[in-house]
Design a protein around this ligand. Sequence first.
Ligand SMILES: [Fe+2]
Length: 168
Amino acid sequence: MAINTLEEKMVHGLGDIYDAEHQFLEMMQEALPQANSDTVKMLLQQHITETEQQISTLEDVFDLLGQKAERVKCQGASGIVSENQKTMKEVSKNPVLVDIAIAGGSSKVEHYEIASYRSLITGAQQMGQNQIAQLLQQNLQQEEQTAQKIEQSTPTLFQKAMSQARSA
Ligand SMILES: [Fe+2]
C-alpha cells in the first residue's frame, strides 16, 4: 500500500513496532523456560510484563490517532527472531551458552526497538503530537533500561562459561 503522507507514515511505523513487540513477546515467552541463570530468568520475566504494557500503550497511541491498532508485518523483527531461534538450537546442549545466546538476542531486540521508538518520537514531536511522543517515550525508557540491564549481566555469563571450560 502506498504511503503518501507523514500521518500515514507514522501509522505504518506504529503498526510495524506493534507487530515487532508481539513477535518479541513470543520470543521471550519461548526463551523463558530455556533460561538457566536467575538473572536472565528475572530479566525475561520483568520484560515480558513490560512488553505487555507497551503493547497496550501502543494501542492508546492508535486510539489518539483515531486509528485501529493493526499489526504490519515487521520483517526486521522476524529476522532477529528467526536468527535467535537458530542460535538457541545450536547452543542447546550447554546451559551457559543458552543464557549468553538469550542475552545476545535480547540485546539486539532492545536496540532494534530503541531505534524504532526514537525515530517515531522524533516524528511525533515534529508533528506536534506531544501526547503521543510522551507515551512512546515511556516505552523507549523501558527498552533503554532493559538494554542496559542485559549488557550489565552479560560479563558474568561469559565468566561462568569460561570457568566452566577451564574446569572441564
Ligand atoms: Fe523490549
